[in-house]
Design a protein around this ligand. Structure first.
Ligand code: OFO
Length: 165
């Protein structure tokens, strides 16, 4: 059985994952409109993965005798300066998500809730992957700079990318 506090924090995480999904969806749509097919495909996929992260939490809460709540969400930003800005925002966002997961993990340890602690380990490793993926992409973008040919190849590479969840 989940404590009231852990349930509340897990539901807050549900909201954060749902917001992440919307956030990436808005970026994907912008990239598609601007003709970046690879980037948009990558971001649509990422948005679906965030929804999966959210669902996993909802199921866990319900299976542990709680109630997974579907949150109301604010509309995310629809316009972006460029691809670089998008991946900078993604990195910042994922660092924030990692901080929130760590807070949850800490709380589980404080309450000796080892079941939820164990469940959250999947999110801990997922966050390591997501942060490192965003950093790698940003490194590539920094190398490319204003080179249009480089950007074309970058977009094509992301189209075939089938990496981390
Ligand atoms: Fe759910 O990993 Fe990103 O936010």
């Amino acid at each position: 059985m989940l404590s009231k506090k852990i349930q509340e924090l897990l539901n807050r995480q549900v909201e954060l994952e749902a917001a992440s999904s919307q956030y990436y969806l808005a970026m994907a749509s912008w990239a598609q409109v601007k003709g970046y097919n690879g980037v948009s495909k990558f971001l649509y996929k990422h948005s679906d993965e965030e929804r999966m992260h959210m669902l996993k939490l909802v199921h866990f809460i319900n299976e542990r005798g709680g109630h997974g709540l579907v949150p109301a969400l604010k509309a995310p930003t629809a316009n972006f300066k460029n691809i670089q800005e998008i991946f900078e925002m993604i990195l910042k966002h994922e660092v924030h998500v990692s901080t929130e997961i760590n807070k949850l993990v800490e709380r589980c340890l404080a309450e000796k809730d080892y079941t939820t602690h164990n469940f959250l380990q999947w999110y801990v490793s997922e966050q390591i992957e997501e942060e490192s993926l965003a950093r790698n992409i940003l490194d590539k973008l920094n190398l490319i700079g204003n080179d249009k040919g480089g950007m074309y190849l970058f977009d094509r590479d992301l189209e075939s990318y089938s990496g981390a969840e």
